[in-house]
Design a protein around this ligand. Structure first.
Ligand code: BV8
Ligand code: ZN
Length: 289
């Protein structure tokens, strides 16, 4: 039985490098048995690393922050605005109905940035977890496709994908990476208008994806929350579901978020710098080289 002490330590190790919070856990959890014997390490980074190393099943939720180091502006951070319009004002069915050309110009602007971007060490570290053979479900709010480009396969794109297009009349959906100029809004072969294959505010998420995401959150040993302000629902409810199901929850973010107070470990810093530190990939055995 794990010791039931709940205390919060706020630690600043290397001023300016990062700070972190380690919440001593109370009550049994999935990793309980594994960790009961192990002394909780005082250093949040090694604590996070140990939990990830011992986990049989991991779920990860990512947001725009993980793609920031690839040069993709986040939604709420600097550079998030487009033509002084808030993303929330453009990513809605109402905005599209009002001015489909304007909304398409915004998506073309974002496609150009994504086309010029490469996955960064944050994306790559998460892809390596899956490669390690651990059950790992990567749940992303991002529509940039950089997780797939980094090699992640067990991927749930909750909010769709920037390169997909759907006809508002016949519903045909295609993936289109050719960003050569064409009249906006583009048309389907049936004559109907094409819209970006993403989920707009006020629209339901793909049922299968959100169901699988909830399953993954409720059955993981460790839940990682990376580069998200955790304010957009239903995605933002997933970390709480993981905590309720007894998982260890680790947050990685440049800033404090509404979720930080609930995380068992909350690491302050860049995903591209911290994820490679807490996700260690065992050296490939000689025999496999
Ligand atoms: C729906 C696709 C109903 C499009 C997106 C409950 C409570 C309150 C509101 C609601 C609720 N339930 C529903 C709502 C309404 C709404 C919502 O949540 N509103 C919020 C704003 C309050 N939710 C919806 O509308 C959802 N649909 O509910 O439908 C329904 C149900 C049935 C039937 C019919 C209807 C749909 C939500 C999805 C909307 N689409 N994107 C597109 O991309 O164009 S959301 C979009 O915004 C992103 O996908 C993402 O989800 C969100 C942005 O958040 P983040 O990714 O976290 O980015 P952000 O910039 O905010 O933060 C970046 C973070 O990274 C920061 O914390 C920063 O510090 C950090 N960071 C930066 N750099 C780094 C870093 N961290 C580490 N390293 C770095 N280098
Ligand atoms: Zn059509």
């Amino acid at each position: 039985m794990v010791a039931t002490v709940s205390e919060v330590l706020t630690v600043g190790f290397f001023p300016g490098a990062f700070s972190a919070k380690l919440t001593r856990l109370h009550g049994p959890n999935r990793l309980g048995a594994v960790h009961a014997a192990k002394q909780l390490s005082a250093h949040p980074i090694s604590q996070a690393r140990d939990w990830i190393e011992d986990a049989q099943s991991i779920a990860v939720l990512t947001g725009a922050g993980i793609s920031a180091e690839s040069g993709i502006p986040t939604f709420r951070g600097p550079g998030g605005l487009w033509n002084n319009r808030r993303p929330e004002d453009l990513a809605t069915p109402q905005a599209f109905a009002r001015d489909p050309k304007l909304v398409w110009e915004w998506y073309v602007w974002r496609r150009e940035r994504v086309a010029a971007a490469q996955p960064n060490p944050g994306h790559q570290a998460l892809a390596k977890v899956e490669a390690r053979g651990v059950q790992c479900t990567l749940i992303t709010q991002n529509v940039d496709g950089l997780h797939r480009a980094a090699g992640s396969r067990n991927l749930l794109e909750l909010h769709g994908n920037l390169w997909r297009e759907r006809c508002v009349v016949c519903g045909r959906e295609v993936e289109n990476h050719d960003s050569s100029a064409r009249p906006l809004p583009p048309r389907c072969s049936c004559g109907g208008m094409l819209r970006p294959g993403v989920v707009w505010f006020g629209e339901a998420l793909p049922a299968a994806a959100i169901d699988q995401a909830v399953q993954a959150a409720q059955h993981c040993d460790v839940f990682l929350v990376c580069g998200t302000s955790a304010v957009v629902y239903p995605a933002a409810a997933l970390p709480q579901r993981a905590i309720a199901a007894g998982a260890r929850v680790i947050e990685v973010n440049l800033e404090e978020t509404p979720f930080s107070q609930f995380a068992h470990v909350s690491l302050r810093g860049k995903c591209g710098e911290l994820l490679p530190q807490i996700i260690r990939v065992p050296p490939c055995p000689e025999s496999l080289i």
